[in-house]
Design a protein around this ligand. Sequence first.
Ligand SMILES: Cc1ncc(COP(=O)(O)O)c(C=O)c1O
Length: 427
Amino acid sequence: MKKIIFTGFSPNLTGRDVLVALKFLCLPWKWFTLLDACGPIGFSLINGKYIKIAEEKLKQYFKIKYAYTFDSGRSALYFALKSLRAGEGDEILTQAYTCVVVPNAICQTGAKPVYVDICNDFNMDPEDLEKKITHKSKILIIQHTFGLPAQLGKLLLIAKKYNLKVVEDCAHSFGAKYNGQFVGTFGDIGMFSFGADKTISCVRGGALITKNSELADKIKQYQNNLPLPLMSKTIQHLLHYPLFFVGKPLYGIKIGKVLLYIAKKFNIINHIIYKPEKSGHPVPFYPARLANALAQILINQLQEVDEINDHRRRIAKLYTNFVHNKKVRHPTSDIRHPKLRYTILTKHPRKMHDYAKKHGIILGNWYNTVIAPADIDLEKIGYKKGDCPNAELLASQSINLPTNRCTTEKDAKRIVKVINQFNRPVA
Ligand SMILES: Cc1ncc(COP(=O)(O)O)c(C=O)c1O
């Protein structure tokens, strides 16, 4: 049986993460340990020492004074915007070719998202940004898509000119650098996601970093006022590990596929985006703090982030050098950056997905609509067709190739071969 190659599907998952998850899951008498009672070997499921340790590690990694964790990147973004006093009557500039949770976070503050078009590198177009600024513009969200830094030099100059506060959305770009400096450390606040498919992951988590002490105080206050994550949600997130660990290798013989389908259908594992979020509504169990158990998994992954990113660079280089199908465009072949996913463009993305699938390769679909996922209500988040034509065009042609550490060089060569063979199969 040929190995199935996945682009998403919890690509960072390791046996060690599974052991940590099982340790928490299988010792229920420890779940209720009080934080104060957490000795050096004590732990509890939702609250405990690992949250602070993870925040310390983030500070050390970015050499920055303040770092705070949250249940997700979307919650972190919401609190970043709140700390910058976003609210009714304000406009927040954000790029199209993004995930719906970004405009949702904006709308939840009462502010209005204003969509800026992108360049061919999938990042914000400085020229279009300047056109979209009005007297109501207050905050600029700079997204570093797929691990490729945005044009920070130009964007930050514009932000300065119009007195805009800046939040860097580094959901895709943990460890990426611009002119030798980590992205996330340029703006007023940097936001990170530790969702299942991100650079490093604890199934669901997020963080904010800042060097500004006033902002840090506000963020900390928001964090302190948050409820602890639900026990049931935390268990659900931990179950993700053994289920994916077993389900992925068995996917090819359908057992894994059925197992993961059932697990999702019956809410045994979490959904990346819940149904209410697709029409701009919050979910009842978030925002919350990061769970202690997930923080321990995050700490382990943080220790390996540079290795993980080097692997991504190596795999991306292979695609850059060897994918030479004339029907494929590589809009960003700069191999210095740790690409979360290597995105190519084709006029026939659906057919390429199907073709690769026949060869045991599940390619990624970020972003196949101007604001993803495809089944959201664009009107609810204030996007009108034609607002960002280049983002719409690139979204209609995007396909991602995996760069994650489960993708070996041998796998990448298999992908290259399949992509090069793809020749617009007859419908
Ligand atoms: C560009 C971008 N920003 C923010 C987020 C939010 O991250 P999270 O899933 O941790 O809430 C995502 C999620 O995929 C994203 O793609």
